[in-house]
Design a protein around this ligand. Sequence first.
Ligand code: UD1
Length: 430
Amino acid sequence: MSLGGGVDWLESYHITGGKILEGDHTLNGAKNAVLPILAATIVSGRTSRIENCPNLSDVRTMGAILKEMGCKVLWEGDTISVDSSSVDTFVIPQHLMKEIRSSVFLMGPTLARCGQVNLSNPGGCAIGRRPIDIHLSALKRLGVEIHERDGYLECKTKGLVGNIIPLEFPSVGATENTMMAALMAEGETRILNGAKEPEIIDLQNYLRSCGADISGAGTDEIRIVGKNPLFETTYQVIPDRIEGGTILAAVAATGGQVVLKNAIPDHMEATLKILEEAGCNVIREPNRISLKAPNCLKGVKHVVTQPYPGFPTDMQSQVIALLVRSDGSSRITETIFENRFKYVEELNKMGAKIRLEGRTATVTGVNHLKGTRVSAQDLRGGASLVIAGLVAEGDTVVDQVYHIDRGYERLETVLSKLGAEITRRTSQII
Ligand code: UD1
């Protein structure tokens, strides 16, 4: 990571494994809810106060993009206020676009607000190709003309018009972009086969709080009646189910126990079921989840990542880290992203026995992992290396912590409070 002045810095986690984690943790707001909601604030031209925002690098970058587009952005505590009355461009700044893929969520809102949007094609990333063809064909059906030149997209409409939009795959981002663009379309839009993730419902709830006529999120059909006037609002985002699952997996891996506060158990059901299959005792209450790990975790039969309500791809790597020291063997198949097993090589360096065949990983439980130096390649893979470090014998160093900072607010502080021995160290690369 460069901090300017021609000096490069490397941030790493230093972990001494073997501590049993115990205590409680209050979940932060969901990264994947707050990013599209912040993008959506552009549409109303009013002030939206978004509460329960996690302090993450991706969220800060989204704030910086909104500012460059002319919004007044104020961050106080965990509340981000966006006054979008003075948006003065339809160009998404290219240098910031590169930093977060989620800037693609600005397509729909900017089209709704300005009738056009220019942006660079986000292209692939560490976990796969990640095309945006489904976003583009949905926007075309709303009356948007799209020209692509040298990886740059110029999108323009003479007027958005509501339509029936069947998505060929329930893409989270494409569903959100279509919902946001349709806000200013003439007449009614019906999105069929949209994603059903809790973050989609949260986006709908935010938009309704602004006055939008939108319903059906979380079901097979989302219906939007465009051109409703939108107003100022205050809205609180849902808790982060992936942060929650990660903490549960970390605690379970160490044989500990934890109470997650501000959690919505329904949102985490697929993950909770796997933790139970691994032998954990899980208690679901309206706003909290308690977990107690067994003395020895069991392997699980077959975890398959699927769109919600299936098992989330964003929990795949943390669950594998949990299972490396289980009794027996487990199979995990990744169906959503084609390149989400990069961290497996690093776990194997620590003594794990994970065999990859195509999109399926077979984990054979081992008694011990050994601390060593490993490197995070992406956000959730990075979290899995931290979990492995917590249970490894001796010291583990996890490099490239900036990947982890994209999705966890000070993970080292959360884990230290639960009893882990983990510190963040910064070194200078000369
Ligand atoms: C969102 C989440 C991400 C999560 C993912 C799947 C945010 C900020 N990110 O990402 O954490 O892992 O959902 O739950 O909310 N696809 C296409 N064409 C498209 C769009 C998607 O082929 O136009 C493919 C993707 O390459 C991927 C799959 O569909 O293989 C799922 O992608 P999608 O649901 O769109 O994920 P994101 O919205 O990018």
